[in-house]
Design a binder for this molecule. Structure first.
Ligand SMILES: Nc1ncnc2c1ncn2[C@@H]1O[C@H](COP(=O)(O)OP(=O)(O)OP(=O)(O)O)[C@@H](O)[C@H]1O
Ligand SMILES: [Mg+2]
Length: 508
């Protein structure tokens, strides 16, 4: 049988690093092929080569048996390769539909035939079970929905080979199931899927074959059913990986974060937080579970001062933060790990060390009027790089050239290093590999044991249940259930994530 993709001796070098080192890979037509490996292993680079974003320095690619030079993304689409990006590349001010059809072929004369396109997209949506409002502006939709748009975009172009770079990192468990159903349906139709994920359970569930990369090289391949999760993790990391969290009993102290009757409206005047109340004490992790887009983002942004409060109050150590700026709130020892690192966490074109001290550049540690203490800033960055195993070729590298997981580590290292009292952690381990995820979990538990208050917002239910002392489930702008991990089954939490048992909801 003809391979959909065959990659021969592909090498791609960047200054200071060989991202892909003589990679050989065969992807069969109609299979779901997973690529796994640690942060910085070279997965996205290889996918970008396949989708025409990068040119390899050496090697050859064959698509459906024919030698191919994929010189641009347009060329890739012509060859029926569609990439769903790890970093969304949508135009925020355009509608969902406009984004999907942007730059594609259906045209009537010179203008795009919107009606016809809409019909096709609607059919795709029902065929693959994608629920999304085609008329919403992309700037108003959640990350989860934005991803659906990216996938639809590729399907709309008739791709036969779909490349998905960490598609499930942004999805709730139910949504992952749905996506997997869709991927299987695509596969049945003979489409080929290349899939990157750090979640090994998922990979073992969905993939027909798995290729493992380490430091730019293929170090092995596997077939689910013939390999355990532990063996796969070991193949990735090169040594055994422990997956065992130690959570001590703590004695929660004073309330450090208190949210009362918080109401927030979106820019269109629609209510997105409908009277949220909770308290987080020092020495406590309060977890918020829920499918993305139910107000979690607005909650985090209200606490850090990025969105305006409509009514209600937020207090840090009993001080009302109403009207304070983001900087003033951060100065109250509040750390913020944002869900959208490209929008709020990093300045992409700036250097690693500049990003590592961002927001603290006027602190005594890094500043002596009128100058930045360059050496302190750079030494600080170097020590964080070591502590968090951030893989960079130089501290002067632009942060946009780091791999996704390493960008996340830059933020974590910065936010957790200033000894915050209150930590707002939104999706803190999204995109991190197993080792880095474990490290972040340990750091969060350490902060908790030191008496800090942590608000953990995560779409990863297992993460919420493993780390939190108490858990609230958010649905439609409200916390509709609160419990302690162990008091409730995973399935029951899932029911609340979808709105809860009917009686409960209507009785409230
Ligand atoms: N445009 C670029 N310029 C310089 N270096 C780059 C560029 N793109 C990637 N790299 C480097 O190549 C290596 C591989 O990065 P890549 O993004 O492929 O990793 P990855 O396996 O996708 O990791 P992650 O799991 O964190 O997403 C990294 O060291 C990264 O810093
Ligand atoms: Mg990547």
């Amino acid at each position: 049988m003809i391979n959909a993709v065959e990659v021969k001796n592909i090498t791609k070098r960047f200054p200071g690093v060989t991202a892909n080192d003589r990679i050989n890979l065969e992807i069969k037509r109609g299979e779901i092929h997973a690529i796994v490996g640690e942060n910085g292993a070279g997965k996205s680079t290889l996918m970008k080569i396949l989708s025409g974003l990068y040119q390899p320095d050496e090697g050859e690619i064959y698509i459906f048996g024919k030698k191919a030079v994929i010189s641009s993304p347009v060329k890739a689409i012509e060859m029926k390769i569609g990439m769903v990006h790890q970093h969304f590349m949508l135009i925020p001010r355009f509608t969902v539909l406009e984004n999907i059809i942007l730059g594609s072929e259906i045209r009537a004369g010179i203008s795009i035939d919107n009606k016809k396109a809409k019909k096709i997209v609607e059919d795709l949506c029902s065929m693959y079970n994608f629920s999304i409002n085609l008329d919403s502006r992309v700037e108003n939709i959640s990350i989860g929905q934005a991803q659906r748009v990216e996938i639809l975009k590729v399907l709309f172009r008739g791709a036969d080979i779909l490349v998905l770079d960490e598609p499930t990192a942004v999805l709730a468990p139910q949504e992952v199931k749905e996506l997997f159903l869709n991927l299987r349906r695509l596969k049945q139709e003979g489409k080929t899927i290349v899939f990157i994920s750090h979640k090994l359970d998922e990979v073992l569930d969905i993939a027909d074959r798995i290729t493992v990369l380490r430091r730019g090289r293929v170090v092995g391949s596997a077939v689910p059913g013939e390999i355990t999760k532990e063996q796969l993790a070991r193949m990735m990391v090169g040594k055994p990986v422990l997956i065992d969290l130690k959570k001590r009993e703590t004695d929660p102290g004073e309330v450090l974060l208190s949210v009362k009757n918080l109401r927030v409206k979106d820019p269109g005047g629609k209510s997105v937080l409908n009277g949220i109340s909770f308290e987080v004490k020092g020495g406590e992790i309060f977890g918020i579970a829920g499918i993305e887009g139910n107000g979690q983002k607005e909650l985090a942004e209200a606490i850090i001062g990025l969105v305006n409060i409509d009514s209600g109050s937020i207090k840090i150590r009993n001080i009302d933060i109403k009207g304070l700026s983001v900087n003033q709130i951060r100065k109250m020892k509040v750390a913020y790990i944002p869900e959208d690192r490209h929008k709020n966490g990093l300045v992409l074109p700036m250097k690693v060390w500049e990003n590592e001290i961002m927001g603290f550049q006027r602190d005594d540690k890094f500043y002596k009027k009128p100058l930045l203490k360059l050496k302190s800033a750079q030494d600080f960055t170097r020590s964080k790089i070591r502590e968090y195993s951030i893989s960079v070729s130089s501290i002067n590298q632009a942060v946009e050239d780091l791999s996704g997981g390493n960008q996340q580590k830059v933020i974590l290292a910065r936010e957790l290093s200033e000894n915050p009292d209150v930590i707002i952690a939104s999706q803190p381990t999204r995109g991190l590999d197993i080792g880095a995820t474990e490290f972040v979990h340990e750091q969060l538990l350490k902060k908790r044991d030191e008496g800090k208050a942590i608000l953990l917002i995560s779409a990863d239910l297992e993460e919420v249940l493993a780390l939190s002392d108490r858990v609230g489930v958010m649905y439609n702008g409200s916390i509709i259930a609160e419990f302690k991990p162990g008091e409730i089954t995973l399935e029951d939490v899932g029911i609340y994530m979808l709105g809860g048992p009917e009686k409960k909801v209507s009785g409230e």
